[in-house]
Design a protein around this ligand. Structure first.
Ligand SMILES: [Zn+2]
Length: 231
């Protein structure tokens, strides 16, 4: 569980957001192959959920012809890298021409961060007050102003109040985290619209791959792309 403390932060919010985005992207990409093909850890098999491997085949004239392949099952899944690339290119173009609505991709994205932060503060105040009450009750008992039953009753009540507030803070922080992720996704999609086509055509396949696998995931069936998932 994590919630906003009252001490000065070690890193600012923007840096934290970038670190979390990077962590989220890496979580999907634990085992990266040594040779980065353009769609390594980008294209996934819809049949089994595993990553597609890139095999370099040769055309009749000897030109290299990369094919995405999943052989964990029969029949295997195969798709020309060229086709997969054309799908990504068409998707980014459609987004750039606003034929596809980003809001629709993101779902409900109303930013309620300020309200949620305020709600967390209310719960933190409840906890702070309960802790003050607890000290008061401790003193009252020590001073003989309260009997053991009364003391136990009051302490139980305060513990319940603190537990309820703590649960509520955890729930609110989940809401906040989700909103942060939505904003990061929106930023990645916006970046794809402005720079995606150039990134796709990066002459360095490793650099193109890094951009692709931190922005999207391609779900692939035999001879066709099923969908693009924006990370
Ligand atoms: Zn598969």
């Amino acid at each position: 569980m994590r919630y906003r403390g009252n001490w000065p932060p070690l890193i600012d919010e923007a840096l934290l957001a970038r670190i979390q985005a990077e962590q989220a992207a890496r979580r999907y990409n634990r085992r990266l192959p040594d040779t980065a093909h353009r769609l390594s850890s980008v294209a996934y098999c819809i049949k089994c959920g595993g990553p597609m491997y890139t095999c370099i085949q040769k055309t009749g004239s000897g030109k290299p012809y990369p094919v995405l392949r999943c052989m964990r099952h029969l029949p295997s899944t195969n798709l020309a890298e060229r086709k997969a690339y054309a799908y990504i290119r068409a998707t980014i173009t459609a987004l750039a021409e606003r034929q596809v609505d980003i809001e629709q991709l993101l779902g409900e994205t109303v930013d309620r961060s300020a309200e949620v932060v305020a709600a967390v503060q209310v719960q933190e105040n409840i906890i702070a007050k309960a802790n003050t009450d607890r000290r008061r009750i401790d003193n009252a008992y020590t001073d003989g102003l309260m009997d053991a039953d009364g003391y136990r009753y009051q302490v139980g009540r305060l513990k319940q109040r603190i537990a309820a507030a703590t649960d509520e803070i955890a729930r609110l922080n989940d809401v906040l985290a989700e909103q942060g992720q939505q904003e990061q996704r929106r930023a990645r999609i916006e970046e794809a619209i402005t720079a995606g086509l150039d990134r796709l055509d990066d002459p360095d396949p490793t650099r193109a791959n890094i951009w692709l696998r931190t922005h999207l995931r391609l779900w692939t069936d035999n001879q066709q792309v099923v969908s693009i998932e924006w990370l």
